[in-house]
Design a binder for this molecule. Sequence first.
Ligand SMILES: Nc1ncnc2c1ncn2[C@@H]1O[C@H](COP(=O)(O)OP(=O)(O)OP(=O)(O)O)[C@@H](O)[C@H]1O
Length: 363
Amino acid sequence: MSINREAALREIQNLTLPDGQTLENADLIRAFSVDRDTIRFVLEVADADAARALAPVEAEARRRLEAMPGVSKVQIVMTAPAGRQAPQPVRSSGAAPSLQIGRHPTAQAGPQAIPGVSNIIAIGSGKGGVGKSTVTSNLAVALARAGRRVGLLDADIYGPSQPRMMGVSGRPASPDGQRIEPLHAHGVTVMSIGLMLKEGEAVVWRGPMLMGAMQQMLGQVNWGGLDVLLIDLPPGTGDVQLSLCQKAAVTGAIIVSTPQDVALLDARRAIDMFNKLKTPVLGLVENMSTYVCPNCGHEAHLFGHGGVAAESAQQGLPFLGELPLELDVRLAGDSGRPIALGNGAAAQAYGRLADRLIQGGIA
Ligand SMILES: Nc1ncnc2c1ncn2[C@@H]1O[C@H](COP(=O)(O)OP(=O)(O)OP(=O)(O)O)[C@@H](O)[C@H]1O
């Protein structure tokens, strides 16, 4: 009889540790594998004392697994690496000591919806610096101004900029050590992975840790009822994009690009990636489109113009609109008050983009 790995994992994940956490929440299980009639895994503990305290849990895990049909051997190894410190949890002011962002992912059957969240929109770009974060924060504000309930998740772990752009700071609280309370700014519910990490922490993460962290951001944050959750992705086509589309039921992706050829080339790669991940591309947005000189009113196209509309047509994808290049857009972003809060040309352009998504039933 073949043993189902996920079912075996489920047998032991809810075992309670001496500190009251479950095995799953404490994230101690490593390399869980099933080989014919044998189950093997590692329990990663901080030191010899922790290993001793965990002995009854190990015994109970062994007992449960051995009781499963088809299992004849269970090998559990406890590691207590010499000289290694126990992982330090990230704490918020009111956080219980167990909350830790960045862990191995837990088993999950396919992409999941987030309870209470109607739409999840990923905002991506092929190239860095094209204004993806600026577009995300302003679109979030414009949607909130239009009366929508909006969440914004900054998943750009390599350069989280939403705290600055939305004007939020401080570690979000986690009163019970399990759920995270998001922050609120300009009518938008905000969470940034950057607020939960020590500086430089995520830079060394590889796929599984990123996937676990994304899973936590999606599943452990108290998002509440939202019409739409916007997710600011890192640039490119990497592990975060993959994790998001595998773990969350993403409604679709919006690709931000400047009209430059080099940015469009990378945008094409991003579209290709979302196609492969079976995430619908909702359309393309041209940022830094037209520059209107604030002194003489002359219009210039520093990065070209119309390239994104042409690319959308070529790809058979909706062109969602163009956003002007304005000094005030940057200044507003730097000051934590997105330009979309105002009434100028850029704010109006964001208002149109928001309307378009609302009319399309995706926000
Ligand atoms: N339309 C615009 N007009 C003027 N400045 C802009 C505009 N869009 C973005 N910027 C500025 O360009 C810089 C890069 O923008 P942003 O951080 O949004 O890009 P990004 O694509 O998210 O970058 P990253 O690759 O770092 O994630 C920021 O200083 C931002 O204020």
